[in-house]
Design a protein around this ligand. Structure first.
Ligand SMILES: C[S@@+](CC[C@H](N)C(=O)[O-])C[C@H]1O[C@@H](n2cnc3c(N)ncnc32)[C@H](O)[C@@H]1O
Ligand code: SF4
Length: 457
C-alpha cells in the first residue's frame, strides 16, 4: 500500500467510527428542494455592489416571473396573486422598467442568453394582447438569436391555451410549453383545487403538439390522501403518452398554504415517512424508465433532450441566472439576490427608478466552490476534473470527511471521474446537497417566498 492509500484508509476508518449516521440522520428528512445556494440571503440596502467589477461570464439564463393566476391553488408556495387586469398592467410596465435598468448595469452585448424561462404564476393566463406586449418587450430588449430554448409555463384550463395563443408564442420565439397537469385522476385534481379535467389536459397537449412545440408536463405524486395504487396508475397513465419531458415532484406540505391549513384543521397525519417516500420514488422511477424516460435530476425525466434552463442553473459549472419580476431570484457576478416579492413594493421601487432588489448576499470563495457541488449534485454526478479546475483542489480533498459520511450513508460513491449519487442519493438528493453545503448552512431553510412575503418586505 502506498503512503497516500494508508493515510486515506486511516482517515476513512476515523470517519466511519465518528458516528456520522447520528450527525446527519436528520438531514435525510429534508423535503424541500435545494434550489438556491447559499440560502441565507439577507436584507440589502445597496444594490450597486452587485454590478461592480463584473467577472467574465459569457452565458446567462434569463428568468421572467409573472406572479398572476386566474385560479390560484391552495398548495402552492410560489409568489403568486389572483390575476387582476389593473394590477397586471402596472406590473408589465414595471417589468419593462426593470429590464431597462438592468441594461444600464450589464453589458448584454458581451453576453449570450442561452435559455429563457417565463414562469409564475401562470403566464398563459394572460390575454393574447398582454402576451404580445410582454414578449415584444423581451424581444426588443435582448438578443435571442443564440438562445437554445425558450419555455413558458401554462395550465390546461379550457380556453386559456388556444391555437391563436400558441401561434403568437411561436412568432415571438417561444419553443416549449411547460404544462402543469399534476394528476391524471379527477379525485386528486379536485383535492389540489385544479379547475380542469385530465381530458382537458390531453386536448391542450394535442394542440401544443400540432404546433410542433416542445412539451414538459409537471406532475405531483404523494398528493394528500393518494393511495399507493393510485400513484402507480397515475404515473403509468402519464408515461403512456408520448411526452418529451416529465417533471415529477413529490407533494410538499408548505407551511402557511391554504391546503396545509385545511388539513391541519382536519388533523390529517402528514408526517413525512422516509421509507414510504423512498418506496414511492422507486416505484415511479421504474415505471418512467420502463416507458423510455431517462431521469437526469431528482425531478426531471426526458425521452430526448434535457431542459437547457435546468442545465444552466444547476449543472456544474452553473451559468449566471438573471431573474426579472417580483420575487425573482438571481445568481449573478458571485452574488445571490432576490427582488421584492410584494407587488406594490416591486412596482414602487421601479417607479422611483431603482432596481427592486431587497435581499442578497455576496458569495464567499467557499460559497462559490461548494455551490458547484451542492447544486451540481442535482445532475447526479460531479466531475472531479471540472471541479478541480475551479476549486484548485479535488472533490475529496475539498469536502474531506463529508465525502466519507456520504459514502457511509450509502448516498454516493466516488470513482476516478468524481462523485456519483447512488439510487438512494438520487432519491435523497437534497440530503446530499445539504451535507455538501458549508456547515453554517446546515438546516438553513431555502429562502421562502411565502415567509419573505409574510415579513411584509
Ligand atoms: C409555477 S407552477 C407551474 C405552472 C402553472 N402555474 C400550473 O400550476 O400549472 C410550478 C410547479 O410546481 C409544482 N408544485 C407547486 N406546489 C407544489 C407542492 N406543494 N408540492 C409539490 N410540487 C408543487 C407543480 O407541479 C407546479 O406545476
Ligand atoms: S400551482 Fe400554478 S396555478 Fe396553482 S397557484 Fe401555483 S402558480 Fe398558480
Amino acid at each position: 500500500m502506498t503512503k497516500d492509500r494508508i493515510a486515506y484508509a486511516s482517515q476513512k476508518k476515523d470517519c466511519m467510527t465518528n458516528n456520522y449516521d447520528n450527525r446527519f440522520d436528520a438531514l435525510l428528512d429534508i423535503e424541500e428542494c435545494v434550489r438556491f445556494y447559499p440560502p441565507d440571503i439577507r436584507p440589502l440596502d445597496d444594490n450597486d455592489a452587485i454590478f461592480q467589477n463584473q467577472i467574465e461570464s459569457q452565458s446567462i439564463a434569463l428568468y421572467i416571473h409573472i406572479p398572476f393566476c386566474k385560479s390560484p391553488c391552495g398548495f402552492c408556495p410560489f409568489n403568486q396573486y389572483h390575476y387582476s387586469d389593473e394590477q397586471y398592467t402596472k406590473y408589465c410596465d414595471s417589468i419593462e422598467k426593470e429590464i431597462l435598468l438592468l441594461k444600464r448595469k450589464i453589458d448584454f452585448s458581451q453576453k449570450r442568453i442561452s435559455s429563457l424561462w417565463i414562469g409564475g404564476g401562470t403566464p398563459t393566463d394572460l390575454t393574447d394582447e398582454q402576451l404580445d406586449c410582454l414578449l415584444s418587450v423581451i424581444q426588443r430588449s435582448f438578443d435571442l438569436e443564440h438562445i437554445s430554448e425558450f419555455t413558458i409555463e401554462g395550465k390546461p384550463v379550457p380556453g386559456m391555451i388556444t391555437g391563436l395563443k400558441l401561434k403568437l408564442l411561436k412568432r415571438h420565439g417561444v419553443t416549449r410549453i411547460s404544462l402543469g397537469v399534476q394528476s391524471t385522476i379527477s379525485k386528486y385534481l379536485k383535492i389540489l383545487g385544479r379547475n380542469y379535467t385530465f381530458d382537458d389536459a390531453l386536448s391542450t397537449l394535442d394542440l401544443i403538439h400540432s404546433y410542433d412545440m416542445g412539451i414538459n408536463v409537471d406532475m405531483i405524486y404523494r398528493i394528500p390522501n393518494e393511495s399507493e395504487d393510485d400513484i402507480v396508475k397515475d404515473v403509468e397513465k402519464i408515461s403512456s403518452y408520448d411526452i418529451d419531458h416529465i417533471s415529477l415532484f413529490h407533494y410538499i406540505w408548505h407551511n402557511g398554504t391554504p391546503l396545509t391549513r385545511k388539513y391541519e384543521g382536519e388533523h390529517v397525519v402528514k408526517n413525512y415517512d422516509r421509507d414510504e417516500f423512498f418506496r414511492h420514488y422507486q416505484m415511479a422511477n421504474r415505471i418512467l424508465a420502463d416507458h423510455g424516460y431517462r431521469q437526469y435530476t431528482p425531478y426531471y425525466y426526458t425521452k430526448d433532450k434535457m431542459c437547457q434552463y435546468h442545465v444552466d442553473r444547476w449543472k456544474m459549472p452553473q451559468t449566471d441566472v438573471l431573474g426579472v419580476g417580483a420575487g425573482a431570484f438571481s445568481a449573478f457576478n458571485n452574488w445571490i439576490y432576490a427582488n421584492a416579492h410584494n407587488l406594490n413594493l416591486y412596482c414602487s421601487r421601479l417607479n422611483e427608478g431603482s432596481l427592486p432588489i431587497t435581499m442578497g448576499k455576496r458569495m464567499s470563495q467557499d460559497d462559490v466552490v461548494s455551490r458547484l457541488a451542492v447544486l451540481g449534485c442535482k445532475f447526479f454526478s460531479v466531475d472531479d476534473g471540472c471541479f478541480e479546475k475551479i476549486a484548485k483542489r479535488g472533490i475529496r480533498e475539498y469536502f474531506g470527511e463529508k465525502i466519507f459520511a456520504l459514502e457511509a450513508l450509502g448516498l454516493i460513491y466516488m470513482d476516478e471521474t468524481g462523485l456519483h449519487c447512488t439510487t438512494k442519493g438520487k432519491a435523497f438528493n437534497n440530503t446530499v446537497a445539504m451535507i455538501l453545503a458549508s456547515d453554517e448552512y446546515h438546516m438553513v431553510n431555502q429562502p421562502q417566498p411565502l415567509e419573505i412575503r409574510e415579513e411584509g418586505l
